[in-house]
Design a protein around this ligand. Structure first.
Ligand code: TXA
Ligand code: MG
Length: 344
């Protein structure tokens, strides 16, 4: 099929057209503040399986449902006072709340689960698309299954050109990592996937917030993980990704000793210390937000550059950095490299 490509800046006509595609059972990729989503009508049994086909997504991995306003969850899920308190504080924004589903949501969306993830994105183009479609939109990240989530329309086209009806270009995604996913139970929540809304943020509203052990250690995602997505290798470049736990100049020394087509993710201020095939430099400070924003684009760039080993410093696993840690540890196949410790 021919994939229609629009800029969100073209205005209302784009959203009318793309809303019509969604209502007719088609697929539209659209920007959100986290990553690009691949959307279909969440109420259509016929449309939703096309998402799985276009991505090559395992059929047991449920989709998130995107709404224009938090109270649209009423039709889709069993809400609670805690849901509305979370909505008040964090929606629209990068938070997905898993709630018991209602009948309006077909099992095609939830991969057979009796729960559904609700998310109200803050990106204007996402908001306008949902309104134009007139239905809630089921959407995973708009990448081919297993590839890093797309943070630009060019990434989406790379993966999806010819496989979907349309793409709306809204520029680079602000955040760059996917939403925080929580399972809500009364006033308690468990973080299934960390994102820009942190545990500390959630504790402003909730009584208790735990982090699923698989977030820090993906090998702990058992046969039936709390979030089916956690058992799949994800987010990874084709290059081998190495997560290096080294202080100070130890990281540069490690990289410089490797040889071959090595790429390093480093700070601008230290770039001079690296002598390797490619450098992916961040700003001058250790800016967690910048790395979140650029990580998936760097993964894709490193592959385009022909990098064979991509190395990065092990990030903190606290606060906003937990999301980075989670994506990176998974991309590294759950291995941390400790130079000086037992040799590989
Ligand atoms: O930021 C985001 O959340 C992006 C944008 C497009 O909204 N979407 C996204 O969707 O990342 P996806 O499908 O790539 O990741 C959704 C994650 C998966 O790990 C899935 O297993 C989990 O959420 N999930 C969805 N529904 C669930 C449910 N009912 N129970 C447990 N986990 C669920
Ligand atoms: Mg995804």
């Amino acid at each position: 099929m021919k994939t229609e490509f629009y800029s969100a800046a073209e205005g209302d006509g784009v959203f009318d057209r793309c809303g019509e595609i969604i209502r007719a059972g088609g697929l539209v990729a659209f920007p959100t503040e986290t990553v690009y989503g691949l959307g279909a009508s969440a109420l259509s049994r016929g449309a939703v399986p096309k998402i799985f086909a276009a991505k090559g997504r395992p059929s047991d991995n449920p989709l998130i449902v995107h709404v224009a306003y938090p109270d649209e969850a009423e039709e889709l899920a069993v809400t609670s006072p805690a849901y509305y308190e979370l909505a008040e504080r964090f929606m629209p924004g990068p938070l997905t709340v898993i709630l018991p589903k209602k009948d309006a949501v077909p099992y095609e969306v939830t991969a057979g689960l009796d729960s559904v993830g609700i998310r109200c994105p803050s990106h204007d183009a996402a908001h306008r698309l949902i309104i134009a479609a007139g239905v809630p939109i089921a959407a995973p990240s708009a990448n081919v299954s297993g590839a890093p989530s797309p943070t630009s329309a060019a990434h989406v086209m790379r993966d999806m050109d010819g496989r979907i009806d349309a793409v709306i270009d809204g520029g680079e995604c602000d955040i760059g990592l996917e939403s925080t996913v929580i399972a809500l139970n009364g006033r308690r929540a468990k973080i299934l996937r960390p994102g820009a809304v942190t545990r500390e943020d959630l504790l402003e509203v909730l009584e208790e917030v735990t982090v699923d052990p698989a977030v820090k250690d993906p090998s702990k995602a058992g046969e039936r993980p709390s979030s089916p997505g956690m058992k799949y290798k994800h987010y990874a470049p084709r290059a081998e990704f190495r997560l290096v736990d080294a202080e100070g100049d130890g990281f540069a020394s490690y990289v410089n000793a490797l040889g071959g087509k090595v790429g390093a993710i480093c700070l601008g201020s230290e770039a001079g210390k690296f002598d390797c095939f490619k450098k992916y430099t961040l700003g001058d400070e250790d800016d967690v937000r910048e790395l979140c924003h650029r990580l998936f684009a760097i993964f894709r760039q490193a592959d385009d550059d022909g990098v064979e080993v991509l190395a990065a410093r092990l990030p903190d696993s606290t606060g906003e950095s937990l999301a980075l840690y989670n994506r990176m540890i998974r991309a590294a196949g759950n291995r941390i490299t400790r130079p000086g410790a037992t040799e590989e």
